[in-house]
Design a protein around this ligand. Structure first.
Ligand code: SAH
Length: 239
């Protein structure tokens, strides 16, 4: 039984040849000790999961052929995660967990108290891909570039509601089941929390629902996972 799962940015169909990148060839050959004739599972985020066979493998490239679909494409509900990046390892953790928890899109936002001014979008995207490879998913959430919160709210489509986790509300946790279904975004603040001007702006928007995540103040990475779990259980695909 093939165990290796690889994300491949290439169309997949019966008998489709797939060229490997140097990184993928290195991973399969040198890291996983695979060779021609060996089987693996591949997915591209659109066409489901496919059983594939290695046709040729060299140091800097190689070819696969996709044989048959082994699982259908499964997309998460239309839920985005908006979060303020924190320290590198914890930001990596948030992206990995958001991909596992079924976020459809991940948007790092710059807030008044954001500790990090820069992110490596390509590294974060690679973490989302790795998470999908590990957890058996066929979908990879896109990681956006860092966007200032104000600009994000200026261009926001109010049809997508925002679930705003505000630590000032810490107390009995929100029950989300009564909220409307449809497109949502969860918004998690940085370790420094929300500023008063952010609270004023977010609090005035009709498409924003302010929620508590329970009586304890959670670190931002914990808050991201907890809110994704609450949302998936009440309004998403856990039910
Ligand atoms: N420095 C702040 C805590 C920030 S926690 C303080 O000491 O008050 C980081 C983020 O996690 C918050 O901005 C919020 O979005 C979320 N969060 C953590 N605990 C929460 C809670 N109990 N209820 C709602 N949101 C919470």
């Amino acid at each position: 039984m093939a165990k290796i799962r690889l994300f491949i940015d290439h169309p997949l169909a019966q008998g489709q040849g797939v060229a490997l990148t140097p990184d993928q060839a290195h991973y399969l050959g040198s890291v996983m000790r695979q060779g021609p004739g060996d089987a693996l599972l591949v997915f591209n985020g659109r066409d489901g999961e496919w059983l594939a066979r290695i046709e040729r493998l060299a140091k800097r490239g190689g070819d696969l052929v996709s044989l048959r679909q082994s699982a259908p494409q499964r997309n998460p509900p239309d839920l985005w995660l908006l979060f303020a990046p924190i320290k590198k390892a914890r930001t990596d953790f948030i992206v990995e967990k958001a991909a596992e928890m079924g976020a459809a899109r991940i948007v790092p936002v710059q807030t008044d108290h954001t500790n990090s001014e820069r992110i490596r979008q390509d590294r974060l995207q690679a973490h989302a891909i790795e998470a999908a490879e590990q957890c058996g998913g066929t979908f990879v959430p896109e990681v956006a570039e860092l966007t200032p919160l104000g600009r994000l709210l200026d261009g926001w489509d109010p049809a997508r509601r925002i679930l705003w986790a505000d630590e000032a509300l810490a107390g009995p946790a929100a029950t989300l089941a009564a909220l409307p279904r449809g497109p949502w975004a969860i918004l998690i603040g940085p370790e420094g929390g929300w500023s008063e001007s952010e609270r004023a702006r977010l609090g005035a928007l009709a498409h924003v629902t302010r929620v508590s995540l329970g009586p304890r103040i959670l670190r931002a990475d914990t808050a991201a996972v907890a809110s994704l779990a609450l949302w998936q259980a009440a309004l998403g695909d856990w039910g």
